[in-house]
Ligand binder design. Structure first.
Ligand SMILES: *[C@@H]1O[C@H](CO)[C@@H](O)[C@H](O)[C@H]1NC(C)=O
Length: 283
């Protein structure tokens, strides 16, 4: 765990951009590569996994199953994860991670200066209760018929339907040397009856009373009220790395917090962009 303090600010009415580069030079198998942005009130000496943060952002890798970019917002004391899957980079090269949060409650996630996800905070995080809920008053009527097909009442089982499944093999013969006294009474082996038709089932017809699948009507959720300030925090004051890794050796660099998206892109070009080109293979 390591952290750094800066002049505290609020992102109210402003765009917030958080950007950094991360390089898993050790070929990481399991470990975090994200940053946390804390309120000014954080006691840095006591920073740990449960310290309350505003935003957690960046890659997280564990085995083949977890290779994702976390974007977590603290909303009214709860850490709320994005409900979309953003895949992170899992190679040994330097990558640039950028989170943009705008005062119109939209966001964008970029990797290597290219957009990988974007949308609205309200839709992609369950910070607010849902707008609509199932009407608790509505009930499926008892006579609502959801069966598309029914047994044909006209259809009856043919009289000659029932036949045994197995019959004695008519071609089997008692062996010449069969000794009833020694071997007991001879019985022919049984075979599958070619006339056996299985269990009889009536033909299926369209159900004349079929009403389709019942859809529970929805109503406006009385618990829901919009929050135009989902994006806003009163205070940011500390950026920290609070990580757990199986193999150490990750290189973090080029931390940037700004309200200027274009500047972030430029600095991304000048830092990550340059090392990418110089190394030839994205070193
Ligand atoms: C960053 O680099 C890309 C690729 O060279 C370029 O298209 C883009 O305009 C650059 N962005 C800025 C803000 O300079």
């Amino acid at each position: 765990a390591i952290s750094s303090r800066f002049e505290p600010f609020s992102n109210r009415d402003k765009t917030l951009v958080v950007q950094f580069t991360v390089k898993h030079e050790q070929n990481i198998d399991c470990g975090g590569g994200y940053v946390k942005l804390f309120p000014d009130s954080l006691n840095q000496e006591d920073m740990h996994g449960d310290s309350e943060y505003n935003i957690m952002f960046g890659p997280d890798i564990c085995g083949p199953g977890t290779k994702k970019v976390h974007v977590i917002f603290n909303y009214k004391g709860k850490n709320v994860l994005i409900n979309k899957d953003i895949r992170c980079k899992d190679d040994e090269f330097t990558h640039l991670y950028t989170l943009v949060v705008r005062p119109d409650n939209t966001y964008e996630v970029k990797i290597d200066n290219g957009r990988v996800e974007s949308g609205s905070l309200e839709e992609d995080w369950d910070m607010l209760p849902p707008r609509k809920i199932k009407d608790p008053q509505a009930r499926k009527p008892d006579d609502w018929d959801e069966r598309a097909k029914i047994d044909d009442p006209e259809d009856t089982k043919p009289e000659d339907w029932d036949k045994p499944e197995h019959i004695p093999d008519p071609d089997a013969k008692k062996p010449e040397d069969w000794d009833e006294e020694m071997d007991g009474e001879w019985e022919p082996p049984v075979i599958q009856n070619p006339e056996y038709k299985g269990e009889w089932r009536p033909r299926q017809i369209d159900n004349p009373d079929y009403k389709g699948k019942w859809v529970h009507p929805e109503i406006d959720n009385p618990e829901y009220s919009p929050d135009p300030h989902l994006y806003a925090y009163d205070s940011f004051g500390v950026i920290g790395l609070d990580l757990w890794q199986v193999k150490s050796g990750t290189i973090f660099d080029n931390f940037l917090i700004t309200d200027d998206e274009k500047l972030a892109e430029e600095i991304g070009n000048e830092t990550w962009g340059v090392t990418k080109v110089r190394g030839g293979r994205g070193q």
